[in-house]
Design a protein around this ligand. Structure first.
Ligand code: HEC
Ligand code: HEC
Length: 327
């Protein structure tokens, strides 16, 4: 018996040493993902659409700004996208990079294809994986072009942002393929018609504004969707940006009893978005969404109204810093 344990422990040590060696040897791996053939445009209408998406519905500007400019952004100021926003989570410390055209610290030396690949396949310019902060894989071709065209048109800001730092856990998660580049699940449309229909609203809610990413219950550890889309219930515990508050996303489906919007009409919905933030620390990028045009808001409303009502009672949405959130 003693001998058995001895060999068992030796084997265990070998396995652990092997796993650790594997993690250190492979965490920084490069991925093969297509470099999509996009080309930035200098057309002013295309650039304007890009700027609108970046500061409004796609809310790139809620992250790609310096930490000390978050207050300005929340006042509605269009802060330059010089990066620096930083979040520390168990896999590591991640920073939103400078995405102004600075050649040294920004995107000046990245190709249009590298930028498109980052958005569509979550692959960084150096071929490594981007952790999933940006669910824009199914942006239309036209909107990817618009965003890139706007990024190119901005003044360069010479601001260095430190690279990300992965913890051992983060390295292991990448080495074992638990975080890997995610491409589009459905073929992205070449272009979408901008109107007030539910079809366009579905595109905004799912592929641009990520309403579905927060208003659907998910496993907090893996990010996997576990609830009915848009029926709420996703727990968002306090983080660096929430001033200690925790949140559970409300049910947006048009269920008479449990849907938060059951008694709202189109005007209530549009007015609610224009009014902006009510809850300090809410992760919803209200300041960016307040810049959304009526067309997009009416479209999102039409999409939500057409959803199947789902009964999912969210007892509490906001949790005070002193309160414990339910498990
Ligand atoms: C929730 C915060 C957040 C939002 C919103 C966001 N980003 Fe990012 N972005 C990040 C972080 C964090 C990284 C770095 C991730 C990493 O290091 O793994 C990043 C990386 C990038 C990169 C990769 C740069 C490189 O080195 O290859 C590009 C390009 C980019 N973002 C553009 C955008 C654009 C364009 C939008 C809007 C359409 C956007 N981001 C929205 C947080 C965000
Ligand atoms: C990053 C996460 C996140 C995203 C993205 C997000 N929401 Fe929310 N949303 C929340 C949270 C958390 C709350 C509850 C706290 C609050 O009201 O700010 C909320 C609240 C709401 C409310 C209730 C407001 C009220 O006054 O009661 C509506 C309506 C809503 N969201 C709609 C949307 C729509 C539509 C989108 C996409 C255009 C969206 N949300 C995107 C997290 C998010």
């Amino acid at each position: 018996m003693k001998k058995f344990f001895k060999w068992f422990f030796i084997l265990l040590l070998v396995v652990i040493a092997g796993a650790v060696t594997f993690v250190f040897a492979t965490w920084d791996k490069k991925f093969d993902a297509p470099l999509p053939a996009f080309k930035a445009s200098t057309d002013s209408a295309v650039i304007a659409r890009g700027k609108y998406l970046v500061y409004g519905p796609a809310h790139c500007a809620s992250c790609h700004i310096p930490m000390d400019k978050i207050g300005d952004m929340k006042k509605g100021i269009e802060v330059p996208l010089s990066g620096g926003w930083e979040i520390t989570i168990p896999p590591g410390t991640f920073r939103a990079p400078n995405i102004t055209p600075d050649p040294e610290f920004g995107i000046g030396n990245f190709t249009d294809a590298q930028l498109a690949r980052a958005l569509r396949y979550s692959v960084k310019h150096d071929g490594s994986v981007l952790v999933p902060f940006m669910p824009f894989q199914e942006l239309s071709d036209a909107d990817v072009t618009a965003v890139i065209s706007f990024l190119r048109s901005q003044p360069a800001v010479h601001n260095e942002v430190k690279p990300r730092e992965l913890t051992f856990l983060g390295k292991a998660v990448v080495a074992f393929g638990m975080i890997k580049p995610e491409g589009p699940k459905n073929p992205p449309p070449p272009a979408v018609t901008i109107d007030t229909t539910a079809t366009y609203g579905k595109y905004i809610a799912n592929s641009v504004s990520n309403c579905v990413g927060c208003h659907t219950d998910r496993d907090l550890k893996t990010g996997k969707f576990t609830g009915v889309p848009m029926a709420g219930g996703f727990k968002m515990p306090a983080d660096t940006f929430s001033y200690g508050y925790g949140f559970i996303s409300p049910n947006l489906t048009p269920d008479k009893e449990t849907g938060i919007m059951a008694t709202w009409n189109q005007q209530t919905f549009v007015a609610r978005f224009k009014a902006g933030r009510i809850h300090k620390g809410s992760p919803m990028p209200w300041e960016n969404f307040a810049k959304m045009d009526d067309v997009e808001l009416k479209a999102v409303y039409a999409y939500i109204q057409a959803l199947k009502p789902v009964s999912n009672k969210i007892e509490r949405v906001v949790f005070q810093p002193s309160e414990k959130m339910p498990d």
